[in-house]
Design a protein around this ligand. Sequence first.
Ligand code: NAP
Length: 313
Amino acid sequence: MAARILQGNNLAAEIRAEVAAEVKAMAAAGVRPGLAVVLAGRNPASEVYVRGKVKSSDEVGIYSEKHTLPDTVTSAELLALVEDLNHRDEIDGILVQLPLPPQVDAKKVLLAVDPAKDVDGFHPMNVGYLSTQRPGLVPCTPAGVMEILKRSGVPIAGQEAVVVGRSDIVGKPVAMLLLNGNATVTVCHSKTHDLPAVCRRADILVAAIGRPGMITRDFVKPGATVIDVGINKVTERADFDRFFAGNKKREETFLSRGSTLVGDVHPEVAEVAGAITPVPGGVGPLTIALLMANTVKAAKLRRGARVEAMTGT
Ligand code: NAP
């Protein structure tokens, strides 16, 4: 039987509507959450992401500002900007878009962001809060993965979860969130032995690898829920045929644009999985929605009792 398709677009719209309602309640009490997005250097993909973040902020009523810095920016200049944003009361969230130009010490810049305004959830303080189950800011894509599972009614507690990938941005925080949700979690990486056998144990399989279509049907227990975080561009005809042979709609996109997207999970997995996220339109849309949710959460955590007293939330 074909897998249930877990559509991220619908869930993201649901979350945005919830955030907009919260922003409205806060506005009535005189508080407007604010997000500052920092873009350094010229990177077409980053420019698209930043545009999406600013647009989404406008839609839900969050104040946003974009700081564009040249390719030649230095660590000191970026640190000065972050420091200024840290001190501005109307800014609740600071997002430094990665990657930064090579001459910039990215770790130092991310460490300089006030943990209370770290809406990406990358600061070691927030990583610590997550691993010790304290209120803090959780990275957006991993939080999006959890929202898909919860809002789709996929049980987590007591389930076997396997996460392939151990990056600080996706794999590790997803694993921690699943563990906090009482799943039994295994984290795999490039040195894992017999990866297909380990993955076949999973009731919930999360792929965050960055390798097009690597997870094939032999990695998946029939009926498992498969969350595909990967976003990979396919430009070669041979690769297209390997993933999408016979898929007319995809072929139209591929021929008109010269490329299409594939996740880390091979599309054939939809024939064995119980539920699966599509690429595009699965985890991707949740990331920006969760950034909006994180900005409101940061405003509430930072302004604390002040917001609670004003909005009754
Ligand atoms: P990353 O930092 O490159 O990490 C990849 C992980 O996969 C590493 O832990 C690596 O293992 C592991 N890996 C690589 N090859 C493997 C193999 N053959 N077998 C087993 N494990 C292997 O990537 P990332 O930043 O986590 O991103 C992962 C994917 O998610 C990418 O496609 C990225 O574009 C996508 N992504 C999507 C969103 C979204 O909004 N949907 C957000 C962020 C990222 P080692 O640690 O041993 O090297």
